[in-house]
Design a protein around this ligand. Structure first.
Ligand code: ZN
Length: 344
């Protein structure tokens, strides 16, 4: 089968690889119908050391069940299913607590052990716990929005949950990538009254406003902090969604939280240590977040997608074939595209 393989920074190719197949009785084999390139795929795209064997990429996919192992109970061949970026059994202590990304039998797609979603097919471990059967067919117009439930919409929602967004509160979203834009949707959905987007790209800002951002701050660093304070009676916001993961964005996020506020971090941190420990301490700011347990949120967000109350699929501004995936990486890396959907 054909799959996306990264061999090093800036070196993404479509290669013939061994067919994905069932290995464990709890596996499902899924023929991918839609996949996506993630902002987090751009980190190795910038930094990965050359590898002879390469790494199969992708962790956002929707597809059709092609085969199931003997122990799989909740789906049948032909079902359309959505796969979160992490697989999980749905039965262990952490899954019961809603932290599926820490499942004791879980793991991540596109990490070597399991193939990636930017491929013609993918083996899905722990299929009963991982996959959600969708009540749509492959050609459904809702596919782009459903595809965001694999990662970005669930991740934006996690940022909002970790930042304790609630009715009547003020919120800020640091970062105008696809996750930040979904964070705006999530903050509005959870009732935030004022939603300040910190971002600089005109196309993304326009979309954020349609998603519910009430204010936009395009300054950086200290100036951005000042602007947010001006917009919030000098206090800062109750809830900050940190959707970037760099030192500067984390500093800004903690600096714009009001005393007693919360920062939900969903940008993958690029540093070992957390900055701004003192301001977070003295302002009693809760800093939470992590890899979103997207599987936990699919059931909650799915009705809103199916009934059109949220349209996170609008973050996709480019569609590519599998052959065009390498150029999709380039386009996202050069900020030519917000997010690329791969259609098979
Ligand atoms: Zn589990």
């Amino acid at each position: 089968m054909r799959a996306t393989v990264m061999f090093g920074a800036g070196d993404v190719r479509i290669e013939d690889v061994p067919d994905a197949r069932l290995i464990e009785p709890t596996d499902a084999l899924v023929a991918v119908s839609r996949a996506a390139i993630c902002g987090s795929d751009l980190w190795p795209y910038k930094t990965m050391e050359h590898s002879e064997s390469g790494r199969q990429m992708g962790h956002e996919a929707i597809g059709v069940v092609e085969a199931v192992g003997a122990d799989v109970r909740t789906m049948r061949v032909g079902d359309v299913v959505v796969a979160p970026f992490a697989y999980s059994d749905g039965t262990c202590v952490f899954c019961h607590e809603g932290i599926h990304t820490s499942c004791i039998h879980g793991g991540f797609f596109g990490t070597g052990e399991v193939g990636g979603g930017q491929a013609e097919a993918v083996r899905v471990p722990q299929a009963d716990g991982t996959l959600v059967v969708l009540p749509v067919d492959q050609g459904d117009a809702l596919m782009p929005s459903l595809l965001t439930l694999t990662d970005v919409m669930g991740t934006g929602h996690h940022g909002a949950v970790a930042a304790k967004v609630g009715p009547g509160k003020t919120a800020a979203v640091v970062g105008d990538g696809a996750v930040g834009l979904c964070g705006v949707i999530a903050a509005r959905r959870l009732g935030a009254e004022q939603i300040i987007l910190l971002g600089r790209h005109p196309d993304r800002i326009a979309l954020a406003r349609e998603f519910g951002a009430t204010d936009v701050v395009s300054e950086r660093g200290e100036e951005a902090v000042e602007r947010v304070r001006e917009l919030t009676d000098g206090f800062g916001v109750h809830s900050v969604l940190e959707c970037v993961g760099l030192e500067q964005s984390t500093l800004t996020a903690i600096a714009i939280a009001r005393p007693g506020g919360a920062v939900g971090r969903v940008g993958v941190p690029q540093d070992e240590t957390m900055p701004a420990a003192l301001p977070a301490f003295y302002n009693n700011v809760t800093v939470g977040g992590g890899p979103a347990p997207v599987r936990a949120y699919i059931e909650e967000l799915l009705p809103d997608v199916l009934e059109g109350r949220i349209e996170p699929g609008r973050v996709f501004d480019r569609v590519a074939s599998l052959d065009e995936v390498p150029d999709g990486y380039r386009a996202m890396n050069e900020r030519e595209a917000i997010k690329v959907m791969v259609a098979f």
